[in-house]
Design a protein around this ligand. Structure first.
Ligand code: NAP
Ligand code: G4F
Length: 374
């Protein structure tokens, strides 16, 4: 259902709306705009909203190689009738593109998921992370005001805000202590979202989401780095897995469950901030053990520690209490830790087998690891 389309020409709000929909057509379905639609969460959210009958617009960045893998299965020839997923070019670092997109699409709901989202990388590019992950949010909020529209606004806030956590489990009232440039940028985004709710009466919510993973997780995040490496080791494509701090503990859930919470927040009576978590925490070591044991491998033979993967400041323990979301939104996670590991391993084992076949068929050299840099 994707149409890669350029935006209609700039014009007054009413005329654009009519141009956009085609002469004589009245917009009945709700319209959502997603920044970060090419990311893990963006792809699951797009599916959810399309299932609910929404017209979905996604902001994508220009890239020299295709970056829409996660949403390509939603593709539909734009010449066909009924296309409901549209991709528009824009960037959270570029106010004018956001102003244009907002003025022309006039969405009912905005999900701001776009970010430089890697904590370790944020230490390497702190300024850029601040621009996109922090200031990007105010650019989008200002574009809403500039367009003179009143959409509901979801901000992808993070459990990284708790950082050196002062209490466990963490709730909506636990004080923040960010431990990375990423978390500092997310703190700005959190407060500016709250500020626009209080200053302008916007229906703006922060979802404080704890770690959530899936078969679509970026391969440099720890869960997917582990499942990708272990399955490649299983089929003989890789020999070692180099890791950083195995003692860190995270509250890991399944991304598909978490995007549902985003939608529930924007469709509640009142705009509020919510913690979304499973309420169970595991160490990185446990994630490794569970993955390798599911594959009948002894992890200690394959895993080595490389100090380069340690962070200048670590977040030791995250464990969320999502009671408020359960009570007020009726939200609950459906996938537990074991099921999460299993579904990721099953998926990546297939991928590793395909990789082996492709390697044999085309006689290409085997990469020793997927990505060693982070
Ligand atoms: P992700 O897979 O890294 O996706 C990030 C998305 O942001 C991608 O679509 C990326 O586009 C886009 N993006 C990056 N820079 C941009 C820019 N300058 N302008 C516009 N878009 C830009 O992240 P995710 O795991 O789906 O997470 C979604 C959001 O939730 C992020 O804001 C993240 O920080 C936050 N969050 C995630 C978790 C988690 O555990 N997954 C937990 C709490 C909060 P490209 O594809 O072009 O790079
Ligand atoms: O998977 P990670 O890179 O995720 P992290 O830092 O918790 O951040 C993720 O979750 C946040 C929500 O709390 C999001 F806001 C954020 O956008 C992102 O999605 O690392 C998890 C833990 C860390 O303690 C890290 O030090 O795993 C540890 N770790 C140990 N070895 C490693 C590695 N992490 C990575 N990426 N690579 C390693 O080799």
């Amino acid at each position: 259902m994707v149409s890669k389309t350029s935006l209609p020409p700039k014009a007054g709000a009413v005329r654009v709306r009519r141009d956009w929909l085609g002469k004589g057509r009245v917009r009945m379905a709700k319209t959502a705009l997603i920044s970060g639609i090419t990311g893990q969460d963006g792809s699951f959210l797009a599916e959810l909203l399309l299932d609910k009958g929404y017209e979905v617009y996604g902001i994508i960045r220009r890239s020299s190689s295709f970056n829409t893998d996660r949403i390509d299965h939603l593709y539909q020839d734009p010449h066909e009738k009924g296309t409901r997923l549209h991709l528009v070019y824009g960037d959270l670092n570029d106010s004018s593109s956001l102003n244009t997109v907002l003025r022309q699409i006039q969405p009912d709901e905005i999900y701001n998921l776009g970010a430089q989202s890697h904590v370790r990388v944020s230490f390497d590019i702190p300024e850029y992370t601040g621009e996109v992950t922090g200031l990007g949010t105010v650019r989008l909020l200002e574009a809403v005001r500039e367009a003179g529209i009143r959409p509901k606004f979801y901000q992808a806030s993070s459990s990284e805000l708790y950082g050196k956590a002062v209490e466990t489990p963490q709730t909506e009232t636990t004080p923040f202590h960010p431990r990375s440039p990423y978390a500092c940028a997310k703190a700005y985004a959190y407060y500016i979202t709250l500020n626009y709710r209080e200053s302008y009466g916007m229906f703006a919510c922060n979802g404080i989401l704890f770690n959530h993973e899936s078969e679509r997780r970026g391969e440099t995040f720890v869960s997917r780095k582990i499942t990708r490496a272990a399955t490649r080791i299983k089929v003989g494509l890789q020999e070692k897995l180099y890791m950083g701090n195995l003692d860190a503990q995270r509250d890991w859930g399944y991304a598909r469950d978490y995007v549902e919470a985003m939608w529930l927040m924007l469709n509640a009576e009142e705009p509020q901030d919510y913690v979304i978590a499973t309420g169970v925490t595991h160490s990185v070591r446990e994630f490794i053990e569970r993955t390798f044991s599911y594959l009948d491998l002894d992890w200690q033979r394959y895993v080595e520690i490389d100090p380069r993967y340690f962070r200048p400041a670590e977040v030791d323990l995250l464990l969320g209490d999502a009671s408020k979301a359960r009570r007020e939104l009726g939200w609950e996670p459906k996938v537990n830790f074991d099921q999460l590991v299993k579904l990721m391993v099953d998926h990546d084992l297939q991928l590793a087998k395909q990789e082996t076949e492709a390697t044999e068929m085309h006689h290409v050299p085997v990469a020793k690891a997927r990505r060693e840099s982070i």
